[in-house]
Design a protein around this ligand. Structure first.
Ligand SMILES: N[C@@H](CCC(=O)N[C@@H](CS)C(=O)NCC(=O)O)C(=O)O
Length: 207
């Protein structure tokens, strides 16, 4: 299987973590989004990363890819069997992708991606607004949901993958969760990022 997308992307990291958890071998092509590579373009109709090519089966979107991997490589299960835990896992996948990611990524975009990789100016005002106004209510929500090591049920699941991946980019931008204000979230993120699968994913090629 080929996985397209730089290891800097939280969405690519979701798939990298799942591949590591399940021990699935793959070839990593760490290109950036909208790369003109025709094989990547064929796998990703809108040019976003990640995308895969599994022996001619092409698929884009981190969640679609993870559901595909879950059926082909069921152990360890990353989608809970219990109905309520499954519902929570799918909610947190959606929450991570569409609510948390767009804000959590702003410090990385304006302190790392734009100034260091794209040679464009970053905007510290955008970072400040994200850190002081936009992220706190999202962190409050997660803090209130944490009552153990995992977000959905009593095992590591897609919920933990999707909520945690972006915190690695926050760290790359020199920021971390304020443990005084969100103690459960800070401990949860640190423990999840320390999992072997996250360490493997964070060592993946970035370009
Ligand atoms: N829903 C997609 C989102 C993927 C996504 O937005 N990836 C970013 C990189 S982190 C991208 O390719 N952005 C390019 C764009 O938005 O045009 C997924 O879960 O894979």
């Amino acid at each position: 299987m080929i996985l397209y997308g730089t290891g800097l992307s939280p969405f690519v990291r979701k798939v990298l973590v799942v591949l590591a958890e399940k021990g699935v071998p793959f070839e990593h092509v760490p290109l950036r989004f909208h790369d003109p590579d025709p094989d990547f373009q064929a796998a990703s109709p809108v040019g976003k990363i990640p995308a895969i090519d599994d022996d001619g089966f092409r698929l884009a979107d981190s969640s679609a890819i993870i559901h595909y991997l879950e059926r082909g490589h069921p152990a360890p299960a990353l989608l809970p069997a219990d109905a309520r835990d499954l519902g929570r896992a799918i909610w947190f996948d959606e929450f991570g992708d569409t609510e948390l990611f767009p804000v959590l990524i702003k410090p990385f975009v304006h302190r790392v991606l734009r100034p260091k990789l794209m040679k464009m100016p970053g905007d510290e005002a955008v970072v400040e607004k994200a850190l002081t106004r936009e992220l706190p209510p999202l962190f409050d929500h997660i803090e209130a949901q944490i009552d153990g090591p995992f977000l959905a049920g009593d095992r590591f699941s897609l919920a933990d993958v999707s909520v945690t991946v972006g915190f690695a980019n926050l760290a790359m931008a020199g920021e971390e969760v304020d443990a005084g204000r969100w103690p459960r979230l800070a401990a949860y993120v640190a423990a999840t990022l320390a999992r072997p699968s996250f360490r493997t994913a964070l060592a993946a090629r970035r370009g």
